[in-house]
Design a protein around this ligand. Structure first.
Ligand SMILES: Cc1cc2nc3c(=O)[nH]c(=O)nc-3n(C[C@H](O)[C@H](O)[C@H](O)COP(=O)(O)OP(=O)(O)OC[C@H]3O[C@@H](n4cnc5c(N)ncnc54)[C@H](O)[C@@H]3O)c2cc1C
Length: 393
């Protein structure tokens, strides 16, 4: 197994203590046993074993950071444990990580805004791996303009009647609980509510979507045709969903950045191994200065992204909200991943173009996973725009 981003547990890092190192070691074993051997099969099949949720629940992966009273582990857990989680899951593949952890973009909203009854209902079965949760914000008419969502929920006595559709929803086919952003009021951010829709509610249907990467991830379009849900499914007050949606972004962006940087490091490691082994014109490929410089450039970008990510993680952990920097970090990480995937494939030559089951490594898959990282969770353009506004440009 290739250690992510140059990390040797217990060494060379200011921000990690024994508990992070222990979590890394345990999770690494779990990922090596339960995910790595099946990645090619699952990517080929376009889905991973549902059993993995149960195994991940029992192992404690799904409950990491959630309060003990809901079955999670929160004592002594901080955001660096989440960073470790993203880095270690990257040793498997992006598709599995995205769907397996779709709970982490939906449950935090319930944690932030939900009633105790709602937390008791939705959180324990999901972190145990018995149920699956997802978040539906993006719509066919656009995902970047979150404040412009159109899916409507109209109050009718003790129910909301929902009409509209959602697009690109991770865990969209398999989920049991869908946290859906709906318009319940006027235009803009102050008219949005979040409502849980359960699988099987009449009028609620899903269609799977085929993709360029994250092949084993479950991605779907959702349709709501007069879907009637009880008012008890409203998370937080009516028209106060925006705060919940936004509150999740810091940790989501840090987690995405950690994953992207781990994929970038895999690209470096695979390129180094190949360049040392491959002979061209009578000598090892790595003996050429142009190849050494490619590797040095990749390392420079990965190391600076890692330093930026760890500094911002530390700031968030200490109560700061560095919104502009988090947006810039996400761009830094996706551009680094794009660069490293390109250069790694270039160094591997034709072999880099082959899928892992007929080629030497993972870089072909990582190359196909770059774009979803540069688009999902806030695209590069939208992140730069947000940072510009925050910085007063
Ligand atoms: C595999 C996958 C999984 C996903 N999972 C989820 C999920 O679980 N839940 C969920 O809610 N969403 C999910 N998404 C949606 C994702 O968050 C959106 O794709 C993303 O927010 C961009 O929205 P869009 O695709 O509609 O692009 P658009 O908003 O239509 O934008 C298209 C392009 O135009 C650019 N652009 C838009 N506006 C501007 C502007 N003003 N200035 C300059 N450029 C601009 C964007 O950066 C982008 O490059 C997922 C997407 C994918 C691909």
């Amino acid at each position: 197994m290739i250690p992510p981003a140059g990390i040797e547990p217990g060494k060379n890092n200011l921000f990690y203590n024994e508990s992070h190192d222990a979590w890394r070691q345990e999770l690494r074993k779990f990922v090596s046993k339960e995910i790595v051997p099946f990645v090619e099969e699952w990517e080929e099949a376009g889905e991973f074993s549902r059993e993995l949720y149960k195994k991940a629940g029992e192992f404690g992966l799904l409950g990491m950071g959630y309060p003990e009273k809901y079955g999670g582990t929160s004592e002594g857990i901080d955001i660096f444990h989440g960073i470790v989680t993203s880095e270690e899951l990257a040793q498997g593949c992006g598709g599995v990580a995205a769907s397996l952890l779709s709970l982490n973009i939906s449950l935090p909203l319930i944690m932030a805004l939900g009633t105790e009854e709602q937390k008791q209902k939705y959180i324990p079965p999901v972190i145990a791996g018995d149920k699956i949760a997802c978040l539906g914000v993006t719509e066919p008419s656009g995902g970047s303009d979150v404040a412009g969502i159109k899916t409507k929920a109209v109050r009718d006595g003790n129910h909301f009647v929902i009409n509209g559709s959602k697009m690109f929803i991770t865990s969209g086919m398999r989920a049991d609980y869908y946290v859906i952003a709906c318009r319940t009021g006027g235009p803009g951010t102050s008219g949005i509510s979040t409502i849980v829709v359960e699988k099987g509610t009449p009028g609620f249907t899903q269609t799977p979507l085929k993709k360029m990467g994250w092949l084993s991830s479950d991605t779907a379009a959702l349709y709501f045709d007069d879907v009637c849900v009880p008012v008890e499914n409203l998370i937080g007050g009516e028209n106060s969903g925006w705060m919940g949606i936004m509150s999740n972004f810091s940790q989501e962006r840090l987690g995405l950045a950690a994953g992207m940087n781990a994929y970038s490091q895999i690209c470096i490691d695979e390129a180094v191994t190949w360049a040392k082994d491959r002979k061209t014109f009578g000598k090892s490929l790595i003996e050429n200065q142009v190849i050494k410089h490619k590797l040095a450039e990749m390392s420079r970008k990965v190391n600076s992204t890692k330093a930026y990510m760890e500094l911002l993680t530390w700031k968030v952990m200490n109560g700061e909200q560095p919104i502009a920097d988090l947006a810039l970090l996400k761009v830094q990480a996706s551009k680094t991943m794009e660069y490293c995937a390109r250069e790694a494939i270039q160094i591997l030559g034709g072999a880099g173009y082959l899928k892992a089951n007929s080629g030497p490594g993972k870089v072909e898959r990582i190359y196909r996973e770059v774009r979803v990282n540069a688009i999902g969770g806030g695209s590069e353009e939208i992140m730069l725009d947000l940072a510009s506004r925050q910085l007063g440009f």
